[in-house]
Design a protein around this ligand. Structure first.
Ligand code: SF4
Ligand code: SF4
Length: 417
C-alpha cells in the first residue's frame, strides 16, 4: 500500500490545512422537513421508507450499519468489489446549496456547485464515519478533491483510468486498475473474499438492476404512476443503502405503482432528462417541471439511469473474468461526459426517445461544469437533424432564476408536437 493512496498531501503540508478541522458548522439541514413536500406529493405508501431513509442517511451516510463504510464519488467505482470485502459502498456526491456555501471555505466560489457541496459535507463533518474515500479520475474537480479532502478523511484512494471508453483499446488497462483497487481493499479491510463472494456481490447488484429496469420501463410509459420526485429519491437512495435492502423496498414501490393504473392521456407530452445529475435536496428543475405539467418520463443521468441500469454480465467465472465484466458494466457503456463517448450518449438518447415515444429532451447543465457544457453544440446539432426538440438549461443550486427557467420550460412545452 503506498503513501500516495493514504493521503495525497504530506504531513508537513497537511498541518497548515486546518479548514476542515478547526471550524465546525451545524449539520446543514433538517432534511426531514424538506422531504415533507415530496412526501405529500407522492401518494405511494411504499415510498415512505425511501422518504424517511434518504432524509436520515444524508445526515450521516452509512452510520449504524456495523460495517466499514467506503465513500466514493461518481459511478465508475465498482461497488461489487467493496461489497465482496465486507464493506458498505456509499456514493457521496452532494447537491445542497448550504453545503456548497460551506464548501467555499475549502475551494474557490467559481467551482462547480456539486464539488463545492461535496466539500461542504466534509466541512460540516457529515462524513466523519467514512473509513475510506475513493475518488475516480473523472472530471478535474473530482480528481482534485483527492487532495483537497486529504485533511478531512482517514484515507483516500484515487482510481485512475483512461478516459477513452474504447473497449478494445482499454479493457486490459481498466481490468488492471480494478485489480489493483481490489487488492487495496482486501489489504485495508483484511478481507479474503472468495470468487463466490464476488459472484454473490454481482448477483446482489444485478437483482437491484432488474428491479430498477422494471420501474424505469414502467414509468417511461406511465409517468403518472411514479412522479419525478419519487423516482429521483428512489434512485438516490441506492447510493446509500445496502443493495439488498434497496431492492426489497423498491420491489414494493414497483408493485404499488404498477397496480395503480395511472395511464397518461394520449396527447400528454413526455420528455427525457439528460445532463448533470439531479440530487435531493436540489430538486429545483423537478419542482418547475411539476409546476408546468411537464412529464419527465425518463432520464439518462448518472444520478439514476447511469447508476442502476447496467448489469454485470459475466461470461467467464474466474476472478479475472469477473473483474473484466465489471469494467464492461462501469466504464465501457459510460455516458459520463468526462469520458470520450459521445456516440454512446447520442445512441442512448435517440434509442430512449424512440422506444418510449418521448416528445423532446431537456438537457440540464450545472453552471461551471465544463464537461457537460462543452458537448451541447454536438448534441444540439444531432438532435436538430433528427427532428427532436431540445431545451438546454444552465443553472446552479440557487433559486434566483426559477421564474426565468419556468418561462423557458413553458415555451418549450408549447412547441412540442
Ligand atoms: S457526470 Fe460523471 S463526473 Fe459528473 S457526477 Fe456523474 S459520474 Fe461523476
Ligand atoms: S457536475 Fe461536472 S464539474 Fe461538477 S462534479 Fe459533475 S462532472 Fe464534475
Amino acid at each position: 500500500m503506498t503513501m500516495e493512496n493514504k493521503k495525497f498531501i504530506s504531513k508537513e503540508y497537511l498541518a497548515s490545512l486546518k479548514y476542515f478541522s478547526e471550524k465546525r458548522r451545524e449539520v446543514p439541514a433538517d432534511y426531514g422537513s424538506e422531504m415533507e413536500k415530496y412526501r405529500q406529493a407522492s401518494g405511494l405508501e411504499s415510498m415512505k421508507f425511501f422518504h424517511d431513509t434518504l432524509a436520515g442517511e444524508l445526515k450521516s451516510p452509512g452510520e449504524n450499519r456495523n460495517l466499514p463504510v467506503v465513500g466514493y464519488l461518481c459511478n465508475p467505482i465498482p461497488e461489487e468489489l467493496i461489497i465482496a470485502c465486507g464493506a458498505l459502498p456509499v456514493r457521496l456526491c452532494s447537491a445542497d446549496s448550504r453545503c456548497a456555501e460551506a464548501g467555499e471555505e475549502a475551494v474557490p466560489g467559481d467551482i462547480c456547485p456539486m464539488v463545492k457541496s461535496t466539500c461542504g459535507d466534509f466541512y460540516n463533518h457529515i462524513n466523519d464515519n467514512i473509513d475510506l474515500l475513493v475518488v475516480p479520475a473523472t472530471c478535474d474537480g473530482k480528481v482534485k478533491l483527492a487532495e483537497i479532502l486529504s485533511p478531512a478523511v482517514k484515507e483516500i484512494y484515487l482510481l485512475d483510468m483512461p478516459r477513452n471508453t474504447d473497449y478494445m483499446k482499454n479493457i486490459e488497462v481498466w481490468t488492471d486498475a480494478y485489480t489493483r483497487f481490489y487488492e487495496y481493499l482486501r489489504d485495508k479491510f483484511r478481507a479474503r473474499p472468495t470468487r463466490n463472494d464476488l459472484m454473490d456481490a454481482c448477483r446482489i447488484t444485478n437483482e437491484r438492476t432488474r428491479i430498477f429496469r422494471k420501474i424505469y420501463e414502467y414509468r417511461a410509459r406511465h409517468p403518472l404512476a411514479l412522479n419525478s420526485f419519487d423516482y429521483f429519491i428512489l434512485s438516490q437512495s441506492s447510493f446509500l443503502l445496502p443493495p439488498e435492502e434497496w431492492t426489497e423496498k423498491a420491489g414494493a414501490v414497483y408493485k404499488e405503482c404498477s397496480s395503480r393504473g395511472k395511464i397518461m392521456p394520449g396527447d400528454a407530452k413526455k420528455i427525457l432528462l439528460a445532463g448533470s445529475p439531479i440530487l435531493f435536496p436540489n430538486f429545483k428543475i423537478l419542482d418547475i417541471l411539476e409546476e408546468t405539467g411537464c412529464h419527465a418520463a425518463a432520464d439518462v443521468m448518472c444520478s439514476a439511469y447511469g447508476h442502476l441500469y447496467d448489469p454485470v454480465e459475466i461470461d467467464e467465472e474466474t476472478e479475472y473474468g469477473i473483474l473484466r465484466a465489471l469494467t464492461l458494466k462501469y466504464i465501457a457503456p459510460s455516458i459520463c461526459p468526462c469520458f470520450v463517448g459521445i456516440n454512446k450518449l447520442m445512441n442512448t438518447i435517440l434509442d430512449t426517445v424512440q422506444e418510449y415515444g418521448l416528445n423532446g429532451v431537456i438537457y440540464y447543465n450545472l453552471r461551471l461544469c465544463q464537461v457537460f457544457e462543452i458537448q451541447t453544440t454536438i448534441l444540439r446539432n444531432i438532435l436538430k437533424e433528427k427532428g427532436i426538440p431540445l431545451l438546454v438549461l444552465k443553472t446552479d443550486f440557487s433559486k434566483e432564476d426559477t421564474g426565468q427557467l419556468k418561462t423557458r420550460i413553458e415555451a418549450f412545452m408549447e412547441m412540442l408536437v
